[in-house]
Unconditional design. Structure first.
Length: 132
């Protein structure tokens, strides 16, 4: 690769990783904010008490994460701000499975699925951040 192509590839990695993180955060937000009863049944074992207020609050927080990720994905040049959003997104996605694993209320299949999904998104963000 030429130096110019390498820079273009790195740019696409960062922008793409942020777009993927933003879409994933929006999806989680829609579940928690828009469908708290379904989210409770989907993620937690039977008998787990539902708390629509906390679920919606979590969905709201995820929506703001999504907005930051999508907005930062529009930054076509490396910057401290874009790197910060990439690192924060990596932290968000790489620690989510640890949170799920530390609580026995989550369904094992959701822990497994989210470990893979969040792990991939977090790894993409971390890889892109380290290239900034």
């Amino acid at each position: 690769r030429t130096s110019r192509n390498a820079k273009a590839h790195a740019k696409m990695d960062a922008q793409g990783a942020l777009k993927i993180a933003g879409i994933a955060s929006a999806g989680y937000s829609a579940q928690m904010f828009g469908m708290p009863t379904l989210a409770n049944k989907l993620y937690f074992k039977e008998g787990h008490p539902e708390n629509k207020n906390m679920s919606r609050w979590f969905g709201h927080a995820l929506a703001t994460c999504s907005a930051a990720q999508i907005l930062a994905s529009g930054d076509s040049q490396p910057s401290k701000a874009r790197k910060a959003v990439l690192l924060a997104s990596a932290g968000q996605y790489l620690t989510a499975p640890l949170n799920m694993l530390s609580q026995k209320e989550f369904k094992p299949e959701m822990v497994a699925l989210n470990t893979v999904t969040c792990g991939v998104v977090g790894a993409l963000c971390l890889k892109a951040a380290l290239k900034e």
